[in-house]
Design a protein around this ligand. Structure first.
Ligand code: HEM
Ligand code: HEM
Length: 186
């Protein structure tokens, strides 16, 4: 399989970056929107795509671990290297732990897990009132809920920094960083 070179990213890196990146931005936006506006009809879609992304993320992490990180497209200060590293790790860990915390919150909370209508984990309805559910382990569900919310806002901040950084490379440094992630040879 083709590997990254300093002046061109492989098709695998590009496909994984953009599939995961665009799905993450959509899931973050839908997550905040559906909670703020109580749009319960969006919950099954959020959960289904959130579940699917996890498997693409695992392939991406495997690809990063076996291929190493891309070489920087230019020469930067140590502080910039450090910032880029912290943000990339926050993004990678966010993509791993958002689906995990979401799935734990739903399943431990008794809501079960349906993926595009297919039951992965059954609901735990309250026999006294079947419109309600009984949590399996309420403490774990609420801890996972808190993680999902806080981590969500942390990942949004990391994505903003990441995009600002990419634009800074393009507009101020005028290097090939942004062009390279769109598949160009630099
Ligand atoms: C419009 C949105 C985005 C733009 C313009 C963008 C741009 C870039 C650029 C220019 C690089 C190359 C950095 C380098 O050369 O070292 C990069 C790498 C990376 N991006 Fe993004 N990105 C976007 C969205 C995202 C999102 C939403 C995520 C994750 C949730 C993400 C995760 C990463 C990671 C982990 C890397 C490191 C290289 C890799 O693993 O492929 N990006 N991005
Ligand atoms: C990468 C994947 C995911 C991302 C980026 C993501 C992101 C988010 C965000 C940003 C929120 C809003 C948090 C808030 O405003 O408090 C949210 C809410 C939620 N997410 Fe996710 N999520 C993902 C995966 C999942 C999965 C796999 C599930 C369940 C199987 C899930 C279930 C939920 C639920 C139930 C809520 C609403 C919680 C509430 O009503 O307070 N998410 N998500």
């Amino acid at each position: 399989m083709q590997r990254d070179t300093p002046n061109k990213f492989s098709p695998t890196t590009l496909a994984l970056h953009w599939i995961v990146g665009l799905m993450m931005i959509t899931l973050l936006a839908i997550g905040v929107f559906m909670v703020e506006t109580k749009a319960y009809a969006l919950y099954p879609w959020h959960k289904s795509f959130g579940f699917i992304i996890f498997f693409i993320v695992l392939i991406r992490v495997f690809w990063r671990v076996t291929n190493g990180w891309p070489t920087p497209a230019g020469k930067y200060s140590q502080i910039e290297h450090l910032l880029a590293k912290v943000v990339h790790w926050a993004l990678i860990l966010g993509t791993v732990f958002m689906p995990i915390s979401g799935a734990i919150m739903s399943t431990m909370g008794g809501h079960g897990l349906m993926v595009f209508g297919m039951e992965i984990v059954a609901m735990n309805p309250d026999p006294a009132d079947p419109s309600k559910v009984i949590p399996h382990i309420a403490a774990i569900a609420s801890f996972a809920h808190a993680c999902h919310s806080w981590l969500g806002y942390l990942v949004i901040a990391a994505v903003v920094l990441h995009i600002v950084g990419a634009l800074k490379h393009h507009i101020i440094d005028k290097d090939g960083t942004l062009k390279r992630i769109f598949g160009a040879k630099i």
